[in-house]
Write a new protein. Structure first.
Length: 239
């Protein structure tokens, strides 16, 4: 309950000063709303706030007032006549902040004589919203590094950096053979003794058969017999 009362007093304290400080601006001051008057110079040193009023004073029937947008203001485009204020003492309350544009729609008063007004309406005292604070410490987006590693397309089990690499294949390593495996000889197995006696060769000095040895008689040849004639007497008996 106490908090609600405090809120009400706060609102009243803000609204009442704004209402009491609202200003009525007589457009053109003593010259009023007329032709051949520079209304931009007139509005240059004035501050218009929400709640203030613009009062357009002119001889009724000689002028009127149209509220237009920025494009119509620059081109002096006149809206339909039923939107005109024609009382000669037209009061417009500035209810919203922002830019406002007003022109006279009688004849060519806007285009030829400059009878138009442009103002900027601000918030009442104490009602202006605070701008969004900028944080200098806000983290900047992370820069992209061309050398950043990319995620591998095929996931694999990571290997430890200290794991031994597979042994390279040596060019001299033997390839599998289609021959059946044989028992390898141990490098320490004893080799045959170099002094093992070789077979005795035939001696070159062995006696060959005597060339004069009698050839065995053929079994078909009869043995020789003594001659049937007696030996001849010696020619020389004294020998």
């Amino acid at each position: 309950m106490a908090s609600n009362i405090f809120l009400i007093f706060t609102i009243v304290a803000i609204v009442l000063p704004a209402m009491t400080m609202a200003t009525d601006f007589i457009v053109g001051d003593d010259s009023g709303w007329t032709i051949n008057f520079d209304y931009q110079v007139w509005a240059k040193d004035k501050v218009f706030r929400v709640g203030d009023k613009l009062v357009f004073q002119y001889p009724k029937g000689n002028h009127n007032v149209f509220r237009v947008n920025g494009t119509a203001f620059e081109n002096c485009d006149i809206p339909p006549a039923n939107q005109a204020l024609t009382s000669g003492n037209d009061t417009i309350v500035l209810n919203t902040p922002g830019r406002m544009w007003y022109v006279c729609g009688v004849s060519n008063h806007c285009a030829a004589y400059g009878q138009k007004l442009k103002i900027t309406v601000q918030y009442p005292y104490g009602w202006a919203p605070a701008p969004a604070p900028s944080f200098p410490w806000a983290p900047a987006p992370a820069p992209s590094f061309p050398w950043a590693p990319t995620t591998p397309t095929v996931p694999g089990t990571p290997t430890e950096p200290w794991a031994p690499a597979p042994a390279p294949s040596s060019p001299w390593s033997s390839t599998p053979s289609s021959m059946p495996a044989t028992t390898t000889t141990e490098p320490w197995a004893p080799t045959p003794e170099p002094w093992t006696p070789a077979p005795t060769p035939s001696s070159p000095w062995a006696p060959t058969p005597e060339p004069w040895a009698p050839v065995p008689s053929s079994p078909l040849t009869p043995p020789p017999t003594e001659s049937w004639w007696p030996p001849a007497p010696a020619p020389y008996p004294w020998i």
